[in-house]
Design a protein around this ligand. Structure first.
Ligand code: C2E
Ligand code: MG
Ligand code: MG
Ligand code: MG
Length: 286
């Protein structure tokens, strides 16, 4: 709490800044070690089609298995990773691991190469790096997977920073068959004229809109607007963060048919994801 004379306020501010800074340093040095010692994992969150509940794909999400602190979600460390040069190696590791997973699922005939798509989150600095296109194609070739099985999730922020470079890179990867989606759609500042020029296949409705869609008229309206945009730009649509049957039914009534969220499954480790695919996915619930 900031005291009234201001001086303590400044002291407090400086002290907490220092705490934050030293915490970042601690996390960064632990992250560096973590990479050498196999502490990172990709988890997989299934994406399903309404009705049949068929698994059409998954999103790969990073987890840190810390020897003392247990499993850590990205909120704690992704900013530190992105702001250090570690993001470049981490980004390549993630792409590589995702392609290795796809190759394994294909080899065991757990997925259909014509329809299944694994999506990977791409950080802005990773995307802008000069080796990005080669990193993606390198991972695809190393594991000899069909290019169409990989989808890259980018955010509106990536697009805005350098529109022509972004479009060039996307077009190059797109020409090889890589898919793109816009993550957290509606939370950034991308204009519709940019969106129209992007080679994007899929919009992901951000979970913040989904969360309150059934009890907040504004969020419900935003969802209707996003669905209208996707349809007029001929893009596919998926809702993320679907937790309740009520949200699912609302979204479906508005015209959304693909879903990702705790209602179906949280992100799970590769072994559990394989088991889920092997046992045929989710029960038809209606
Ligand atoms: P995101 O890409 O928007 O991922 C969706 C987040 O929502 C994930 O959090 C997921 O676990 C969570 N989620 C899924 N279903 C539900 C639900 O029904 N309810 C709620 N409340 N949450 C749900 P997670 O795994 O903690 O990741 C957070 C963010 O960290 C991601 O947001 C993404 O921006 C970033 N991230 C995760 N993995 C990677 C990665 O491999 N590379 C990069 N660059 N960023 C990553
Ligand atoms: Mg994502
Ligand atoms: Mg998202
Ligand atoms: Mg996010």
């Amino acid at each position: 709490r900031v005291k009234e004379d201001g001086r303590d306020g400044i002291a407090f501010f400086e002290q907490s800044m220092q705490t934050v800074a030293s915490e970042r340093l601690a996390i960064e040095s632990e992250l560096r070690k973590a990479f050498g010692t196999d502490q990172f994992r990709l988890y997989y969150q299934p994406q399903v089609i309404y009705g049949s509940q068929k698994i059409l794909g998954a999103e790969a999400l990073l987890r840190w298995h810390h020897p003392r602190r247990g499993v850590i979600a990205p909120a704690t460390f992704i900013d530190v990773l992105e702001q250090s040069s570690l993001i470049f190696d981490a980004g390549r590791w993630i792409l590589n691991k995702a392609c290795q997973c796809i190759a394994g699922l294909l080899a065991d005939q757990l997925i259909d190469p014509e329809t299944f798509c694994l999506s990977v989150n791409i950080s802005p600095r990773q995307f802008r790096h000069s080796t990005f296109v080669d990193d993606v194609m390198g991972a695809i070739h190393q594991h000899a997977i069909p290019t169409r099985c990989l989808s890259l999730e980018i955010t509106e922020g990536i697009v805005i920073e350098n529109i022509s470079d972004t479009i060039d890179k996307m077009n190059e990867l797109r020409s090889h068959g890589v898919h793109f989606s816009i993550d957290d759609f509606g939370t950034g500042y991308s204009s519709l004229s940019y969106l129209k020029r992007l080679p994007v296949d899929l919009l992901k409705i951000d979970q913040s809109f989904v969360r309150d869609s059934t009890n907040n008229v504004n969020d419900a309206e935003i969802i209707r607007a996003i669905i209208a945009i996707a349809s007029s730009l001929h893009m596919d649509l998926i809702a993320e963060g679907v937790e309740t049957r009520e949200q699912l039914n609302f979204l479906h009534a508005q015209g959304c048919n693909q879903f990702q969220g705790y209602l179906f499954s949280p992100p799970i480790d590769e072994h559990s994801f394989r088991t889920l695919l092997l046992t045929g996915g989710f029960e038809q619930q209606h």
